[in-house]
Design a binder for this molecule. Structure first.
Ligand code: NAD
Length: 265
């Protein structure tokens, strides 16, 4: 399977290049970067910290979609929409890890998924996807007597908050309680907030240093507290999961899939 990486010079892009080069049964179809990037024309292997592979970083994603069976995209929302359009036109598999997508962006992704298999997940690690399934189950068992708070911490470079994973955990908790997340969420608190409303799902965001991604879901009642926690210590887990998703999606009809479909959770 030929896999292309858009945004290949990013923190995740380099991990993805390595995961494809090390992955069984897949070859690297190429990689792109935005116009003006210093990485353009550099060798993809060298960029990813290994031997040359004879593929230069390109600027034209359309050509990459023609050559690849699947494209993996961990970039930024505006770029991801361009790539989703190219996936819809070419019918190629697209794996999207980009976070910070607005509801309107997600609607465009869904429309593109009418023509191509797209796997979209705020977090491609197996552990976090298990955490999502456990969160949904716990929220179904622990009724509104248990206040749900989701705490996340990421490195200082992260630009969106709360993290896509935290919001995904919130959606899982809301699904367990059969409510819509955007009707019960509180994404941040400041000043005189008054007492906590029953049934609210709260978020708290921490930023600093080089933290790759910590998430906790806390169910707090009078007299006891249940805490479910995941800590990522290497970005490689996201890259490996994304390559696994690309291989799984190759056999699927057009549609919008999540990592829970890929893992059968
Ligand atoms: P980064 O800023 O290091 O990398 C993004 C890369 O995309 C940059 O190299 C940038 O130049 C490139 N880019 C931007 N526009 C482009 C375009 N039009 N064409 C080609 N390349 C373009 O960021 P990062 O830490 O690698 O994270 C990227 C995204 O992935 C973020 O949204 C982040 O939240 C998300 N992320 C998701 C997961 C997951 O498992 N789903 C895990 C980690 C990060």
């Amino acid at each position: 399977m030929r896999i292309g990486i858009v945004g290949c010079a990013g923190r995740m892009g380099k991990m993805l290049v390595n995961a494809v080069l090390d992955g069984e049964g897949c070859t690297l179809a190429g990689g792109t970067e935005r116009l003006g990037s210093d990485a353009l024309d550099r060798d993809l292997g060298e960029l990813a910290g290994r031997d040359r592979v004879g593929l230069p970083v390109e600027a034209d994603p359309a050509a990459l979609f023609q050559r690849a069976d699947a494209v993996i995209d961990f970039t930024a929302p505006a770029a991801t929409l361009v790539h989703a359009d190219l996936a819809a036109r070419s019918g190629r598999v697209l794996v999207v890890g980009t976070t910070g997508m607005s509801p309107a962006d997600e609607a465009k992704l869904r429309a593109a998924a009418g023509h191509a298999a797209i796997v979209y997940a705020p977090n491609f690690s197996i552990g976090v996807n298990l955490l999502m399934a456990l969160t949904e189950r716990a929220a179904a068992v622990l009724a509104e007597d248990y206040d749900i708070e989701i705490v996340e911490m990421h490195h200082r470079h992260k630009v969106d908050a709360p993290s896509g994973t935290a919001l995904g955990l919130g959606r899982a908790a809301a699904a367990g309680r059969a409510v819509a997340l955007d009707e019960v969420w509180c994404k941040s608190r400041d000043g005189h907030t008054g007492p906590r409303p029953r049934g609210e799902i709260g978020f708290a965001t921490l930023r600093g240093g080089d933290v790759i991604g910590d998430h906790s879901v806390i169910f707090a009642a009078e007299g006891e507290r249940v805490e479910l926690t995941h800590k990522a210590s290497s970005r490689a887990v996201f890259a490996k999961g994304a390559v696994r998703a690309a291989r799984w999606a190759a056999g699927q009809p057009p549609g919008l899939y999540s990592m829970r479909h890929v893992l059968g959770l």
